[in-house]
Write a protein that binds this ligand. Structure first.
Ligand SMILES: [Zn+2]
Length: 263
C-alpha cells in the first residue's frame, strides 16, 4: 500500500502540471460518482499531499481528492496511451493523468472548498517534533506500532515504514506507547523523519510483483525496497545483530521485527 514516501513522490511528479488548464475529466468506472464535468475549463492550482491523500486544488474552489488505498497508480503521460485498469482520467493542456486502479479500492472525490478531513500530524511537517510524538504516545497503552499507523494521530505512516522506523530505533512493536522512555521517543522521532526522507529520495518502495504494485507517475519502480531492514524479511538475517527477523500479527496485519535487538 502506498504510504507517505510513495504518495509524496507521486505528488512531486505531478507538480509540473500546475498552472495547466483542465480540458475534461473522464470517468471510466461507474462506481466513481463525482460531477467531473464541473472541472472542464478550470485551472490546476496546486497538487498537495495530505497524509496519504493526493489533493488537486482547482480554480472555482474545487478539491479533487484521490486515495490510492491498497493498489492504484497515478500515471502521467503526454498522449492518451492505452493502459489497463484506468478508472479516471484528467485531460490537461500539458498532459493526461490516468488513475489506474486494478482492484478498484482507490477512491476519487470532488468537493467544493479545501480538503477538510481531520488527520493526524504529518511527520514531515514542522508540527512533528519530539515533544509532539511524546504527547501522542503518553496517553496510549496501545502497542507502539498500532499507535504509529493510526492516521488520526500521525498521517502517512503505514505497515512498511512503521516497522522500519521501530527497527531503526530498536523499539519492539508490541511495546505500549506510554511505556517508552523520553530518550527513546526522541530517537524514534529522528528515525521516522530520516527514514521518510531517505525513502522519498529513492522514490518509495515497490515490490515488483503485481499489477497493483506502486509506481511513480512516470511508471517507474521505487528503489527503496532493497533498503528495507525488516519489512518482508521474515527468517532473514538482521543487519544489525544477525538474529532472524520475525513476523507477528497485530490488528490482522503482519509486523516484521527483530526479537533480539528491538525491545
Ligand atoms: Zn537485530
Amino acid at each position: 500500500m502506498p504510504e507517505l514516501p510513495e504518495v509524496e513522490t507521486i505528488v512531486r511528479g505531478l507538480r509540473p502540471l500546475v498552472g495547466s488548464r483542465i480540458r475534461r475529466a473522464e470517468i471510466l468506472d461507474p462506481r466513481i460518482r463525482v460531477a467531473a464535468d464541473r472541472l472542464a475549463g478550470e485551472t490546476l492550482e496546486s497538487v498537495e499531499r495530505r497524509g496519504k491523500h493526493i489533493v488537486f486544488r482547482v480554480s472555482g474552489d474545487w478539491s479533487l481528492i484521490i486515495h490510492l488505498r491498497m493498489s492504484g497508480r497515478l500515471l502521467l503521460s503526454c498522449a492518451e496511451e492505452e493502459l489497463p485498469h484506468v478508472r479516471f482520467r484528467l485531460h490537461l493542456d500539458r498532459g493526461v493523468v490516468s488513475f489506474v486502479n486494478p482492484r478498484r479500492l482507490g477512491t476519487v472525490d470532488l468537493l467544493r472548498g479545501p480538503f477538510d478531513r481531520r488527520l493526524g500530524i504529518d511527520p514531515l511537517s514542522e508540527e512533528f517534533t519530539p515533544e509532539a510524538l511524546h504527547d501522542l504516545l503518553r496517553g496510549t497503552k496501545r502497542p507502539i506500532k498500532l499507535a504509529l499507523t493510526d492516521q488520526r494521530r500521525i498521517a502517512g505512516l503505514g505497515n512498511i515504514y512503521a516497522a522500519e522506523a521501530l527497527w531503526r530505533a530498536g523499539i519492539a512493536p508490541r511495546r505500549p506507547g506510554n511505556r517508552i522512555a523520553r530518550k527513546r521517543i526522541d530517537a524514534l522521532h529522528r528515525e521516522i523523519v530520516d527514514l521518510l526522507e531517505e525513502a522519498i529520495r529513492h522514490s518509495g518502495t515497490s515490490f515488483g510483483v503485481s499489477v497493483a504494485d506502486y509506481r511513480d507517475p512516470g511508471g517507474n519502480d521505487g528503489e527503496f525496497g532493497e533498503m528495507l531492514a525488516v519489512y518482508g524479511r521474515e527468517g532473514r538475517t538482521c543487519r544489525r545483530c544477525g538474529a532472524a527477523i520475525a513476523r507477528t500479527v497485530q490488528a490482522s496485519r503482519s509486523t516484521y521485527w527483530c526479537p533480539k535487538c528491538q525491545h
